[in-house]
Ligand binder design. Structure first.
Ligand code: B12
Length: 139
């Protein structure tokens, strides 16, 4: 399966991005890593160009809300395949904010799975389970 990944907005935190690329490759994904400082529109362009099954966005500096709130509008403009899975994770707010506040907010923006300060590998296990339920395997 194909995945587009990277760090959204003006966010330079690159370490998680490198780890995520390695983890996804180990799991058998073909990875298109756009790296840090990537705008939402660039992710969506890459999804179309690669025909990827999964978009996996990171945000670490707490500014995800501002960069991602237009996802739903862009999704309707771009007309993706219905089965593309949209995932975001990292530190999705500034300071201490409850997961019960953050998760519904990002789901409303158009993300299918939202991971705020969660373990990477446990989260990727769940992403793979959801993809398998949608009819694909990583290889
Ligand atoms: C190193 C660092 C920097 C370096 C980055 C160098 C680089 N090029 O990477 C520098 C000094 C440049 C920096 C700058 C800033 N930083 Co900084 N930084 C850190 C620090 C110390 C470590 C980050 C790191 O590499 N961690 C190691 C990786 C492996 O862990 P991780 O990033 O947490 O990622 C894990 C998980 O989040 C998760 N994950 C990540 N993405 C995703 C995606 C999905 C889908 C899933 C499932 C999981 C997942 O998996 C990863 C692996 O376990 C953290 C504090 C900390 N101890 O975490 C602050 C921290 C991230 N920075 C912070 C801030 C505020 C900033 C600045 C805004 C500071 C400033 N005022 O200038 C700037 C932002 C600049 C910008 N435009 O982005 C805050 C963010 C606060 C928030 N979100 O509420 C933190 C948390 C520090 C703090 N406690 O305040 N930073």
């Amino acid at each position: 399966m194909k995945v587009v990944t990277g760090v959204v907005g003006n966010d330079v935190h690159v370490v998680a991005n490198r780890l995520i690329e390695i983890s996804l490759k180990e799991r058998g994904f073909t990875v298109y890593n756009l790296g840090v400082n990537t705008y939402l529109e660039e992710f969506l362009d890459a999804l179309l160009e690669t025909d990827a099954d999964l978009l996996l966005i990171s945000s670490l500096n707490g500014e995800a809300e501002g960069w991602c709130r237009d996802l739903k509008i862009l999704k309707s403009a771009y007309r993706f395949r219905k089965d593309v899975l949209f995932v975001i994770g990292g530190n999705l707010a500034v300071g201490e904010v409850e997961e019960s506040v953050i998760v519904p907010k990002f789901e409303k923006f158009g993300f299918d799975l939202v991971y705020h300060q969660k373990d990477l590998n446990a989260s990727l296990d769940e992403v793979e389970r959801v993809l398998a339920q949608r009819g694909g395997a990583a290889a």
